[in-house]
Design a binder for this molecule. Structure first.
Ligand SMILES: Nc1nc2c(ncn2[C@@H]2O[C@H](COP(=O)(O)OP(=O)(O)OP(=O)(O)O)[C@@H](O)[C@H]2O)c(=O)[nH]1
Ligand SMILES: [Mg+2]
Length: 443
């Protein structure tokens, strides 16, 4: 696919820096470069040049030229490395626009790379995720997607799916033929295998999404149980006010942290109880809202107080969340025995039990080993994998019930449609617009 216009954008982040980069891509890139520098750029070599507009030198710097098709976008690409000030870069960009380029839209460079088959959709999304990743683990996961780890898995399954479709459809098209194309049991095996592999990929993608977008953890409990003390342990600083006055925290306190490389937003809330204080009531209302938003809830229980009463108060609130019960102030009370799977003991004062709590959180999210090898993924991918799986299940069901071959064939065709949308083999233009508009300019 060819674009007739040439796009340009500042590729470096806003602000001051030693170097600022402007990138242009399209058929006029070469001519625009000529006009701006009065020089002929040499492919894949750095050329030092002055940048001139209307007889004035705007700046000087390096010119890099990547002729099509061997460039990021697959088109002629030129990068100007100037000094990294916003005024200079904006003047340069204006000059480039006046020489015949158009300001690039968000994500347009990546979109062109995708449209020219330089990268697939998963890889394009991985670029955005790599740039916005907030932890080292998340960045590594995005890099693995960019290198094609995720796409290769999708393509492998697509290949298996298509070859199964060929067998199923051949049996419909040539019912009278004497040849037994593929035994029924074998077709069934193939479907089962597909089911298992897609399910596995779905699990990996879900883990990848968590690494990518992060996990929200809400700390809740009655007043004075040590919620803010726990938040401060996570942030390793005096983030929230801690005091022995019940009802200290009234607003929501939100912090971004990471546990073993997983980006986490941790939220401290007002203690939930019955009160006449209007501000506290509002805080409690907000705390209850957090229950709905969080992926994981830490319910803090003060072990020096009546535990069952505390547990009961929250059991009245309905939420279906992954929950860890944190028995706090263990330094003041007797050792607890017979803890359940989702329970830990802690002293927010002495830090005793804190490492175990962190490990419990990580094992709820996934495990360290899968985090080390996972690739980044998005909810778009997860939804498509779920749809694929649903249609494979339908195909298995219809096949077992010995329904008409056409039904099974249709289920498999739909499964293929959904699966191929992940890498973007068949994706509607609307969806493309949606995906790329969330990108930033210059990428
Ligand atoms: N000995 C001991 N004291 C603790 C522990 N955790 C918290 N405390 C004390 O308990 C009191 C209440 O702690 P906070 O962290 O403010 O409790 P909170 O749940 O945030 O309270 P509210 O914001 O009022 O709902 C403070 O005096 C803390 O120092 C613990 O593990 N051991
Ligand atoms: Mg508090």
């Amino acid at each position: 696919m060819n674009n007739n216009d040439t796009i340009a954008a500042i590729a470096t982040a806003p602000g001051a820096g030693g170097v600022g980069i402007i990138r242009i891509s399209g058929p006029n890139a070469y001519t625009i470069c000529n006009k701006l520098t009065n020089k002929t750029p040499i492919p894949k070599q750095a050329t030092f040049s002055k940048f001139v507009h209307q007889g004035h030198i705007i700046d000087e710097g390096l010119v890099l030229y990547f002729p099509n098709p061997n460039s990021f976008t697959g088109e002629d690409v030129i990068e100007f490395q100037a000094h990294g000030g916003m005024v200079i870069l904006n003047m340069l960009l204006q000059a480039i626009l006046s020489y015949g380029a158009r300001q690039a839209e968000a994500g347009e460079f990546s979109k062109r790379a995708y449209l020219n088959d330089k990268i697939d959709l998963v890889q394009a999304e991985a670029i955005a995720d790599l740039i916005s990743s907030s932890t080292e683990q998340a960045a590594k996961a995005a890099q693995r997607s960019l290198q094609g780890d995720f796409s290769k898995k999708v393509e492998q399954i697509l290949y298996e799916l298509i070859s199964l479709r060929v067998w199923i459809e051949a049996a419909i098209d040539f019912p009278e033929e004497e040849i037994d194309f593929l035994a029924d049991s074998e077709k069934q095996n193939k479907m089962e295998n597909l089911h298992i592999t897609i399910k596995k990929l779905l699990n990996q993608a879900q883990q990848g999404e968590l690494l990518n977008k992060g996990v929200t953890i809400g700390i809740i409990g009655q007043p004075n149980v040590g919620k803010s003390s726990l938040l401060n342990l996570f942030t390793r600083s005096e983030t929230a006010i801690v005091s022995d006055v019940a009802g200290t925290t009234r607003d929501i306190v939100k912090e971004n942290i990471n546990i073993q490389g997983v980006p986490i937003t941790i939220i401290d809330t007002a203690g939930i109880h019955i009160t006449d204080d209007k501000i506290e009531q509002e805080g409690i209302k907000r705390a209850k809202k957090i229950l709905q938003q969080a992926d994981i809830i830490l319910q803090v229980i003060d072990t020096t107080d009546d535990r069952n009463k505390q547990l009961n108060i929250l059991s009245e609130l309905s939420f279906s969340k992954r929950k860890i019960i944190v028995y706090n102030k263990i330094d003041l009370s007797k050792k607890l025995t017979k803890l359940k799977e989702n329970e830990v003991t802690l002293s927010a004062k002495t830090k005793q039990g804190f490492d175990q709590l962190e490990s419990k959180i990580i094992s709820m999210i996934g495990n360290q080993q899968t985090i080390e090898t996972s690739f980044s993924a998005r909810s778009r991918h997860i939804n498509l994998l779920k749809q694929t799986l649903k249609n494979i299940s339908k195909a298995e069901y219809n096949f077992l019930k010995q329904q008409a071959g056409e039904l099974v064939a249709e289920d498999l065709r739909l499964a293929q449609d959904f699966l191929s949308q992940i890498t973007g083999e068949f994706t509607s233009d609307d969806l493309l617009g949606e995906i790329f508009s969330s990108f930033c300019i210059g990428k």
